[in-house]
Design a protein around this ligand. Sequence first.
Ligand code: KG4
Ligand code: ZN
Length: 343
Amino acid sequence: MEKKNEDVLILAIESSCDETAASVVKNGRTILSNIISSQIELHKLYGGVVPEIASRKHIEKINQVIEEALKEADVTLDDLDAIGVTYGPGLVGALLVGVAEAKAISFAKDIPLVGVHHIEGHISANYIEHPDLEPPFLCLVVSGGHTHLVIVKDYGEFEILGRTRDDAAGEAFDKVARAIGLGYPGGPKIDRLSKEGNAYAFDFPKAKVDEAPYDFSFSGVKSAVLNHLNKCRMQGEEIVAADVAASFQRCVVEVLVEHAIAAAKDYKIDKLAIAGGVASNSGLRTAMEEACRKHNIGFYHPSPIFCTDNAAMIGVAAYYEYQKGTRHGLDLNAIPNLRLGER
Ligand code: KG4
Ligand code: ZN
């Protein structure tokens, strides 16, 4: 049954990695609630996300998180126009919890089901606090699992200009943080420690991929940091962790900014957004803002809470998919390696 409210109310569910999240979104850009139950403390013990533990925790938390999201938004399941849910990419067992929950609600309440691509969600986070932002624009997506430079041609329509050839940006942050001894998740810790260090203490390599000017490669800079740490340890030299963190962050940020600005100029796009967990990095935000100002490009970024995994961004993406007529059946499945733009 398609309900016809004046307002379109969507309940969104996100469970692709280690956050169990639910949100109610009104008319695509107004967030009525945004509940996130993070498992970080649990996975910290193991130095990274343990998929089986993540799935089990999602099952334990999901009903409670949804109830809270509905309560805070002051709505009931009967008020909803659609259920949006992340169905890929991500950890299959984790995704399945959200997908099964969304299908159950859709079936029980006879509400349309809209499956959402996780990265489309990250990109859509930019719409929440920028009411003026509309496609087309360029978006740099930098998360724990993905690094993409994308032209957002229209809502839900993407042209991928570049991607990482090896590690994702967030993955490189996490691995380097672990090597320095900062623990999981590494991104925010490197960000914080970098503020106390000299970003020019070391010149780690900034890889370019031949004939693919918008592609990224972070394994070289990661290996260079690991080699530096090993050398210091073997020669009994002191490791200045803040300098290593700051220099590593600068090298990664410079590559991200250079590629994004080059693409904006080559394709004559005057709006540039960033998205994903690494988009909350203070060094990246400052450098990108400066570069955009210099090149007369409008710069857009979500608040940090909407950069890392959350369900509000899934609700925004679900709204635009819903308006375009996207509907999924009860055969919707979790697709761990779902590609952007695929349905
Ligand atoms: O988007 P996200 O929450 O999950 C994925 O979809 O992967 O991104 C998580 C990633 C982690 O690798 C984390 O270390 C990184 O984002 N991250 C950061 C910062 N905050 C989170 N990286 C650099 N600086 C930060 N402030
Ligand atoms: Zn994510």
